[in-house]
Design a protein around this ligand. Structure first.
Ligand SMILES: Cc1cc2nc3c(=O)[nH]c(=O)nc-3n(C[C@H](O)[C@H](O)[C@H](O)COP(=O)(O)O)c2cc1C
Length: 273
């Protein structure tokens, strides 16, 4: 294993390593205004949900590594503590990338990126019409993490209004994860797309508690066939079935196929002698 102390890397190397490893990250498209009412729109992938009651999200416009300057978005929320956060999906990924261009302070990135402004219900910054979800937020607190290039500024926001585009809802009126087709940022120029071709579900562990890896029989735990994922599924049963367990690799292969179809009970049946 290669071991590194953050101090051994320069700012750019450290930023690249962190953004490559801590990925994929959701993207907030932040719509803000300054005290004069100038509009700004920029994407931020240092972003996530941290509380649902109260509903709190945080994003971080960092000081530029290049020259330690601050971003218009940060200056704006310091002047007007309100922000609309639009969620980014595949149909607008090129436009949000364009919106990240470092235009001058008076330039409206809605116009530059071809995205559409709509009045928000409760705050002054504009909603982004094309985003599948828009959150109107009031800024609760801004926490500066340092004074050097690369230092983050946590913009801690409470969601006070939510707008959902109908076309991303399912028949029950809830957001549909597949229809959303969300994109996320990784290291360098990499993005991830989350659609039908690569989304998968992992059922939550049993509420009643699975037996765990340590209680798997050795015949199964030390099989050359099973992967860590297979064993993780097998360990998610409430009680180890009675009986002796096969070391037959063909049967282990059959059980593996059943696990791929989420059929844990049947997989265990295959493994009992
Ligand atoms: C997908 C994406 C994610 C980004 N995430 C961040 C981020 O989390 N923090 C940051 O400081 N800059 C981030 N940037 C760069 C900013 O969007 C860029 O510096 C922008 O020009 C800032 O605009 P502003 O000065 O108008 O606020 C990101 C760019 C892209 C394309």
């Amino acid at each position: 294993m290669k071991t590194i102390s953050p101090k051994d890397l320069n700012n750019l190397q450290l930023q690249t390593l962190l953004q490559t490893a801590i990925a994929p990250r959701p993207i907030a498209l932040a719509s803000t205004i300054d005290a004069e009412g100038n509009v700004n729109l920029s994407p931020f992938s240092f972003f996530n949900l941290f509380s649902s009651n109260p509903p709190v999200v945080i994003f971080s416009p960092a000081r530029r590594v290049r020259d330690n300057t601050t971003k218009h978005t940060l200056e704006n929320v310091l002047e007007v503590p309100e922000v609309v956060i639009g969620i980014v999906n595949y149909p607008i990924v090129q436009q949000i990338s364009l919106a990240s261009t470092e235009y001058g302070k008076s330039v409206n990135e809605f116009v530059k990126s071809g995205l559409t402004m709509k009045d928000a219900a409760l705050i002054r910054p504009k909603i982004i019409e094309e985003c599948p979800v828009n959150f109107e937020c009031k800024v609760l607190e801004i926490k500066h993490l340092g004074t050097e290039g690369g230092a983050g500024n946590l913009v801690i926001c409470e969601i006070i209004k939510i707008h959902l585009h109908e076309k991303y809802l399912n028949d029950e009126g809830s957001l549909d994860q597949i229809k959303l087709d969300l994109v996320a940022r990784l290291g360098g120029n990499w993005y991830a797309r989350n659609n039908k071709s690569n989304l998968f579900e992992v059922p939550k562990p049993l509420v009643t508690k699975g037996i765990g890896f340590d209680l798997l029989p050795n015949e199964i735990k030390y099989s050359k066939i099973f992967t860590g994922n297979d064993l993780g599924m097998l360990a998610n049963i409430e009680q180890l079935p009675e009986g002796n367990f096969t070391v037959d690799e063909n049967l282990h292969g059959e059980a593996q196929k059943l696990l791929q179809g989420n059929n844990i009970e049947k997989a265990w049946e295959t493994l009992i002698l």
